[in-house]
Ligand binder design. Structure first.
Ligand code: HEC
Ligand code: HEC
Ligand code: HEC
Length: 132
């Protein structure tokens, strides 16, 4: 191999190595973080399920919340539907935090791990948590 192409080849390898953590970060689910799922409501569910399949929740919960907000605030459409026989509305507090009442060990823990700052709590209040 002539020197020039050798250097080019090494450069490409170098770039791949240097950028890989970033590429990895973009596709990664924050699977390394341990979130606590158990809450009184979830423990009492017959079928332990979220509003959508888990994988979809991990990737898309922010989009779901945004579309809920638009539905409620712009369309005044609050009804979500039944999960495990219980009727829910499209609400951050009344729905997400009804089941995930352990916000600090669930939402916050993962967001801290993923370095995401969520400004929703400036206005939306989380109920005082009951420590289990
Ligand atoms: C500046 C204050 C403010 C911030 C910040 C804010 N919201 Fe809201 N949000 C409101 C208000 C006011 C309503 C209307 C409440 C109603 O009609 O029930 C609302 C309604 C909603 C609703 C539907 C009703 C409900 O009970 O939840 C959702 C979902 C929602 N917001 C999600 C979010 C999310 C997600 C974030 C962060 C990304 C966020 N909001 C940040 C003020 C705020
Ligand atoms: C009826 C109860 C219930 C409601 C309402 C609910 N969840 Fe869940 N959620 C669960 C359960 C149970 C799981 C675990 C599902 C599983 O393991 O398949 C879960 C899983 C998740 C996960 C994946 C966690 C992980 O890494 O394993 C996320 C993220 C999540 N929920 C966010 C939300 C958000 C955001 C909302 C509101 C838009 C919400 N959930 C509403 C019960 C609920
Ligand atoms: C398994 C990890 C995990 C859990 C659990 C989790 N989140 Fe998230 N959340 C994320 C990640 C990662 C992002 C950033 C995604 C992005 O920017 O594409 C995020 C982003 C968000 C955003 C958008 C923030 C913004 O300003 O754009 C909202 C709102 C949100 N999460 C709400 C919640 C709520 C409410 C819960 C608990 C009911 C929750 N999340 C639980 C990982 C999680």
């Amino acid at each position: 191999m002539p020197d020039k192409s050798k250097i080019f080849f090494l450069l490409v390898i170098f770039l791949v190595i240097v950028t890989s953590p970033f590429i990895y970060n973009m596709v990664r689910t924050p699977a390394g973080v341990v979130v606590k799922l158990n809450t009184p409501v979830i423990d009492n569910m017959t079928v332990k399920q979220c509003i959508l399949p888990k994988e979809q929740m991990i990737h898309d919960h922010m989009k779901i919340l945004n579309s809920w907000r638009d539905d409620v605030v712009r369309g005044n459409h609050r009804e979500f539907g039944k999960i495990d026989g219980v009727m829910y509305e499209k609400s951050l507090q009344l729905t997400c935090l009804h089941c995930h009442s352990n916000k600090s060990e669930f939402c916050d823990r993962c967001h801290t791990y993923a370095s995401v700052s969520v400004y929703c709590w400036d206005c939306h209040v989380a109920q005082k948590e009951n420590k289990l």
